[in-house]
Design a protein around this ligand. Structure first.
Ligand code: BYC
Ligand code: FE
Ligand code: FE
Length: 483
């Protein structure tokens, strides 16, 4: 009898999908495995590959207690194929097949559409590891380094999750797509990653925290909508990935929060009340709040672009086919088909942003993006609480959806963060206050000095309130191997 909760370690690839009796797929995955290890080996600097990292590894997919923590050398991490348990009698939640039994195989008519979405999802996972590959060299603490590596190994596992689906359900072209996932590279000229934000740099730790807060949250929203898929193996894969995703966003939210906390503490200790007294604040070795806002502007708007066009026939087709649902589709109470519904989308009328109702089926991307914005606003509110508590008169906010966009109706137009169309000259002038400049980047870079003593933290970031796995403050989260 197959055990679908606990992970089996009887093959090279830990799994709860019965790989040991699925020889064809096991063989394909074993063939893909060396390329993956080779990719990982070439990416993360060698001294960290040899270090012992206190990581959690999934041992079951039961939401209560699925993880075990232990010291692991990353190349020996057991990347596995883990699907959430099958739900008895699950039906397709939306679109023209709503109510029919969920598919256990890919319906021929949707094969290409489904493959494309799985490939895009798979492409982002290794891309993020590539973007973050150099950060350990400047880790502000062993605690942060451990969190970085935890995120990295799990994004690696997310790649495995998509590669499993490609190998198992898409035959030869699935295997070719799986190979291509290791061929493309973030930022490469010849073979870039598929989506814009995944070809940007993550040059410093503030970027990393913003990325895990804002861009991993796009991951959450996309996985939520794929978890609603009528294709049951995709749904089950995404449901388990979501349990891991929560930690990635936690790292981002608490990371930014700790940066803000430290800046407030240092300002208060030195009697600085004006957050715009930037030189004085920077001279004290912490990141000024206007620069935090600029980084927020950048990462939020890059992430908005990941939702695609506001009005999209691709998205309508995916919903109608039952391949991709809305956020919390199973909790919504409409007909799940959107035959006559409308949804409000932004449009440009001359130099005004206007809102118009369009058929809801075509506005699936916009709706998910709106849900994302609501979700992302929560943490910004909590960051502002830190500022209030410290008595610093500064408020962070999400810029208007029209600002700095490369995809959708606003792209190619000069909007300011308040959502007002401005002249090219005004825009150029404003940019230095709205987005990080090279000088801002240089300043942040100057703070990025590694802090590798257990229990110590770089001067620009506050320690966390609690440790990982309830460990004490001076716990050695990474036992560094220094050659
Ligand atoms: N960059 O009709 P549209 C994560 C293309 S993050 C470049 O709106 P659609 C993670 C688009 O492909 C989550 N191109 O497209 C986070 C289309 O091209 P074709 C990743 C773009 O399909 C952190 C054309 O423009 N998962 O997991 O409705 C760390 C027309 O656009 C972009 C997914 O994204 C762009 N930003 O929407 C690690 C889920 N946007 O077909 C991991 C799967 C659009 O005309 N993907 N284009 O050649 C999807 O659901 C959809 O493909 C998208 C795009 C939402 C991305
Ligand atoms: Fe992921
Ligand atoms: Fe993630």
């Amino acid at each position: 009898m197959l055990d679908l909760i606990n992970v089996s370690y009887d093959t090279q690839i830990p799994n709860n999908v019965g790989l040991s009796s699925d020889k064809k797929v096991l063989k394909a995955l074993e063939k893909w495995h060396p390329g993956y290890i080779n990719w990982w080996d070439g990416l993360i600097p060698q001294q960290f590959q040899q270090s012992l990292v206190y990581l959690r590894t999934a041992v079951s997919v039961d939401p209560k207690g699925w993880a075990k923590f232990d010291y692991v050398k990353m190349p020996e991490y057991r990347w596995g194929v883990l699907l959430a348990p099958q739900v008895e009698g699950r039906t397709i939640p939306c679109g023209e097949h709503a109510g029919e039994p969920a598919w256990q195989e890919v319906p021929g008519e949707y094969r290409n559409l489904m493959k494309r979405l799985i490939v895009i999802q798979g492409d982002t996972e290794p891309a993020s590891v590539e973007q973050q590959k150099a950060l350990a060299l400047t880790a502000p603490s062993l605690y942060d380094m451990r969190n970085l590596f935890q995120v990295n190994v799990e994004e690696g596992r997310h790649l495995w999750a998509m590669v499993y689906l490609l190998h198992k359900y898409f035959g030869k072209d699935g295997r070719e797509e799986a190979d291509d996932l290791l061929r493309r590279q973030s930022g490469s000229e010849e073979a870039p990653r598929m989506l814009g934000a995944f070809n940007e740099e993550t040059p410093d730790w503030l970027s990393f925290f913003m990325f895990t807060y804002f861009t991993d949250r796009d991951g959450k929203m996309q996985l939520e909508s794929l978890a609603q898929s009528g294709f049951d193996p995709l749904s089950r894969t995404c449901r388990f990935m979501l349990t891991e995703e929560a930690h990635h966003m936690f790292v981002g939210e608490t990371g930014v929060g700790r940066v803000i906390q430290k800046t407030c503490d240092v300002m208060n200790a030195n009697g600085i009340t004006d957050p715009y007294d930037i030189n004085k604040i920077r001279d004290l070795g912490v990141i000024d709040l206007p620069t935090v806002q600029k980084k927020l502007n950048l990462h939020y708007t890059l992430s908005l672009d990941l939702f695609g066009q506001e009005v999209s026939t691709n998205a309508a087709n995916a919903f109608n086919a039952g391949i991709k649902g809305r956020y919390m589709e199973n909790r919504l109470t409409d007909d799940h088909q959107l035959r006559n519904d409308t949804y409000r989308v932004a449009e440009l009328d001359g130099d005004q942003v206007v809102y118009r109702d369009v058929p809801a089926l075509t506005a699936i991307n916009m709706r998910l993006r709106d849900d994302y914005t609501k979700d992302a606003a929560g943490g910004v509110g909590r960051w502002n609480k830190i500022l209030q508590k410290a008595g610093i008169a500064f408020e962070l906010s999400l810029p208007h959806e029209s600002f700095n966009r490369k995809i959708g109706v606003f792209s190619g137009h000069n909007f300011n963060p308040e959502g007002k169309l401005v002249s090219g000259a005004e825009y150029d002038k404003g940019l230095t206050e709205w987005l990080p400049t090279h000088a801002d980047g240089d300043f942040i870079q100057s703070l990025m000095k590694p802090c590798y003593e257990a229990g110590e933290y770089a001067g620009w970031i506050a320690p966390p309130k609690v440790g990982i796995d309830n460990k004490p403050g001076d716990f050695e989260y990474v036992k560094l191997h220094m050659a």
